[in-house]
Design a protein around this ligand. Structure first.
Ligand SMILES: [Zn+2]
Length: 464
């Protein structure tokens, strides 16, 4: 009896295991069916391991960025446009993970869970994806960056549409360099990464915009205060060094001159908790931004949990361990321009099936009130004052530009070159665009990032 019941028990166990196995197999089949059908051995879609027959990718003005001809993927005829849009369009082999050709491959090939790739077989093509990008603005941004590594992003702050994304270094997808994998000079460092979505940078003085927001929210007599700058300030156990000796200045002048003494003092007074609360409301440390439901941005970081007063002083001027993601920072600056309300950035305008029906349209989606209206107004005035009184309106003719520069030290090595940043936007109704520029290993922001922003914003003014 004993052995029979033991045998029955084993049999039940085997049956149970079999059922569990079936369940796992079924689950995998459903959850990975897209992966399986899209596997590179599927000759309907891929030719020699690359996406061969898929829908078009166009910019907002229907300029072709990628299409399929005779079973081959072909790209825009202009080398500048190809170089400028490489990271957004992506490659057909999937090296650039956030590229549309990888992140939207199901849509481009018309794949669905129910029909598989039936549409592709029936129509000989997939769906067309129209982006919010303007390829002319992208080409201007790429030209302005030149041979520098970095990124430029431009967003319509009223809608969240991304009209320009450029990441360098880049390459011409039509003539991919042979030495990308073997080069040791560093010229191709991070070449497959879209720095706009995946990059994390020390913000430098661009972070003073966030410190300023926190100060406006928490210090009632801020505007009647004066700050003393003799080139350095003692905060806790050490000194924060200023870029100059600014003397006795008010809050607005402190931001105009980007005085480290004033902002380190404000950060010390505000303390880690308040600074962190403001930054986290703006997306730091919390949710990652997801663009067009598919592209996940790197998370911006501010960690002051075990910081000394001196650390908090340095954090208040954008140094210490603080890191910003360019897309996140652009979203924050856009919220200021938009009166405080943030919009989710997006990149895909619409998707059209082979019969010409629009099957998806992306719309403006609010991301929350990043700033009270009155705080946004105060920041708007301050950022406009920076351009008028410090950088010079001649960089941005007829644009009513607002902005803040940052020259971020990224190493204690004295020979190391800083990263230069600029964030800003035009106040004009007809050009509601915000911009972020990052130029790596360069000179001061005013000499490197501002001229890039100037070139891109002038092109925008010419286009819109
Ligand atoms: Zn100073």
């Amino acid at each position: 009896m004993k052995s029979i019941s033991r045998r029955a028990l084993s049999l039940y166990a085997i049956i149970l295991l079999f059922l569990v196995g079936c369940g796992i197999l079924f689950y995998n089949l459903v959850s990975n069916s897209s992966e399986w059908a899209m596997n590179r051995v599927n000759k309907h879609l891929y030719s020699s391991g690359t996406l061969a027959t898929a829908g078009d990718i166009t910019d907002i003005n229907d300029v072709i960025l990628a299409t399929s001809e005779n079973g081959q993927r072909v790209y825009n005829e202009s080398k500048n446009v190809r170089m400028a849009t490489l990271h957004t369009v992506g490659d057909s082999a999937g090296f650039i993970a956030s590229g549309i050709q990888t992140s939207f491959k199901d849509e481009l090939t018309g794949y669905t869970l129910v029909d598989g790739v039936y549409n592709l077989k029936r129509y000989g093509k997939g769906n067309d994806v129209k982006l919010t990008l303007n390829s002319k603005i992208c080409a201007a941004a790429y030209k302005a960056l030149g041979d520098k590594k970095g990124t430029v992003g431009v967003m319509n702050y009223k809608t969240g549409e991304l009209v320009c994304i450029v990441s360098t270094p880049t390459y011409d997808i039509k003539n991919k360099p042979d030495d990308i994998t073997t080069d040791s000079s560093g010229k191709y460092d991070g070449i497959y990464m879209n720095r706009f979505f995946s990059g994390l940078y020390t913000p430098g003085s661009t972070f003073k915009v966030i410190t300023a927001a926190c100060a406006i929210e928490n210090i009632p007599d801020l505007y009647s205060r004066t700050f003393e700058c003799d080139g350095k300030i003692l905060i806790g156990e050490g000194y924060v060094i200023c870029n100059d000796t600014h003397g006795k200045i008010d809050f607005e002048t402190a931001l105009n001159k980007s005085c480290n003494c004033a902002f380190a003092k404000l950060a010390d007074e505000l303390g880690g908790e308040k600074l962190t609360a403001t930054a986290e409301r703006l997306g730091f440390n919390t949710e990652k931004l997801i663009v067009s439901n598919k592209i996940t941005c790197a998370k911006s970081k501010l960690n002051l949990s075990e910081s000394t007063s001196l650390d908090i002083g340095w954090a208040g001027i954008g140094q210490y361990t603080t890191l910003i993601n360019p897309c996140q920072m652009l979203t924050i600056i856009s919220a200021i321009a938009n009166g405080g309300g943030a919009n989710t950035p997006y990149l895909v305008s619409e998707i059209t099936n082979p019969e010409g029906e629009v099957i998806f349209t992306e719309k403006t989606r609010g991301l929350g009130e990043y700033f009270d209206y009155s705080v946004a107004q105060s920041l708007d005035n301050l950022l406009r004052s920076n351009v008028v009184n410090q950088y010079g309106d001649w960089y941005f003719p007829n644009l009513n530009m607002c902005g803040k520069t940052g020259t971020a030290e990224i190493s204690d090595d004295e020979d190391a070159k800083p990263n230069a940043l600029f964030v800003g936007y035009s106040q004009n109704e007809e050009t509601p665009f915000a911009i972020i520029v990052v130029v790596e290993n360069t000179t001061s922001a005013i000499k490197s990032a501002v001229p890039v922003a100037s070139a891109v914003m002038k092109e925008i003014n010419a286009q819109y």
